[in-house]
Design a protein around this ligand. Structure first.
Ligand code: NAP
Length: 288
């Protein structure tokens, strides 16, 4: 069968597990804001089968793919073209078409930067401390590096992973805990605090001690379940400005739609759709 740029209007997320993904709600709201009749579905694709999913994308003429765990690295090895961030990270969260070729992109880090810009947070000349060195942290370090952030400090429980992540940006280095206090923006990119009710949280549910934070800092948590983590609550209590993880999730999706359709959707209904989905899950006791 010949692979051609599809005329179709189906996009999908592949991952495993994928049943709790917010992507369908977010993307459908984005498509509606653009007035296009694209559909968006979730496919649970088992680990090891990412290549089959890309083959299906070609065969079935799927117009765009979102990629989540555990396939981001396998898809990076299976597309025809990699955008620079995806190549640096060896990680793809978006597949789009260029003629008959599949292009892999990574929009997570750019999504965080877009959400900070939307909140009016000045990124020029800021000192950034990033706690964590997993996939999310790596995408954020790469994005701040590309944006020209002059001072990026990486802290992680496992130091050699921090050292590896810090190689992603020329201005990044591995820091020590006190570096958190001298940063302008402090970002939790660990999973510490995820799924923890802030009312029940203990010290182990914070990515760093709250007394390291200052009132004049911007404190960002990439976690969006719960929307206000115990760490963000503690930061707000000392007067810091806080940013939750939903903005990054919504903006990385908007950047995906821009690659698929050539136009950026409206962020507000996408965020509302995600919040409504999270609230419905909380009511049903299902969490994320
Ligand atoms: P990951 O690759 O598994 O990395 C997990 C990170 O958390 C590592 O740095 C790990 O440290 C650290 N960590 C885990 N448990 C810890 C503990 N008890 N104490 C200290 N550090 C701990 O996960 P990821 O994909 O980067 O995701 C990280 C978080 O970001 C998750 O909560 C995820 O939901 C969130 N996220 C949000 C978005 C968004 O759009 N808002 C996008 C992606 C991810 P070690 O290296 O020492 O194990």
């Amino acid at each position: 069968m010949n692979a051609q740029r599809p005329a179709g209007k189906l996009a999908a997320v592949i991952g495993s597990p994928v049943a709790h993904s917010l992507s369908p709600a977010i993307h459908r709201a984005g498509f509606a804001s653009l007035g296009v009749d694209w559909s968006y579905v979730a496919f649970d694709v088992p680990d090891g089968a990412a290549g089959d999913a890309l083959a299906a994308m070609r065969t079935l003429g799927i117009a765009g793919l979102s990629v989540t765990m555990p396939h981001k690295s396998a898809v990076a090895g299976a597309v025809d073209i990699l955008e620079p961030a995806a190549r640096a990270l060896n990680s793809v969260n978006t597949v789009s078409w260029d003629g008959d070729q599949l292009v892999g992109s990574s929009t997570d880090g750019a999504g965080l930067l877009a959400s900070l810009a939307e909140a009016g947070i000045e990124l020029d000349s800021c000192r950034v401390a990033i706690i964590g060195a997993g996939g999310a942290a790596r995408s954020v370090i790469d994005a701040f590096g590309r944006a020209g952030a002059p001072d990026i400090t990486v802290l992680n429980r496992t130091v050699d992973r921090a050292e590896q992540a810090a190689t992603l940006a020329a201005s990044a280095s591995v820091g020590i805990v006190s570096d958190i206090s001298r940063a302008d923006i402090v970002i939790n990119a660990t999973s510490v605090g995820m799924g923890v009710d802030p009312d029940d949280a203990g010290a182990d549910d914070l990515p760093c001690r709250a007394d390291l934070l200052r009132a004049d800092q911007v404190v960002v948590d990439l976690i969006y379940h719960p929307l206000q983590t115990a760490w963000l609550r503690a930061a707000a209590a000392i007067g810091a400005r806080t940013v939750d993880g939903l903005g990054m999730l919504v903006h990385q999706a908007a950047l995906q739609q821009e690659r698929w359709l050539g136009r950026r959707p409206d962020i507000a209904p996408m965020r509302s759709a995600a919040e409504a989905e999270l609230a419905a899950r909380e009511r049903n006791g299902g969490g994320r």
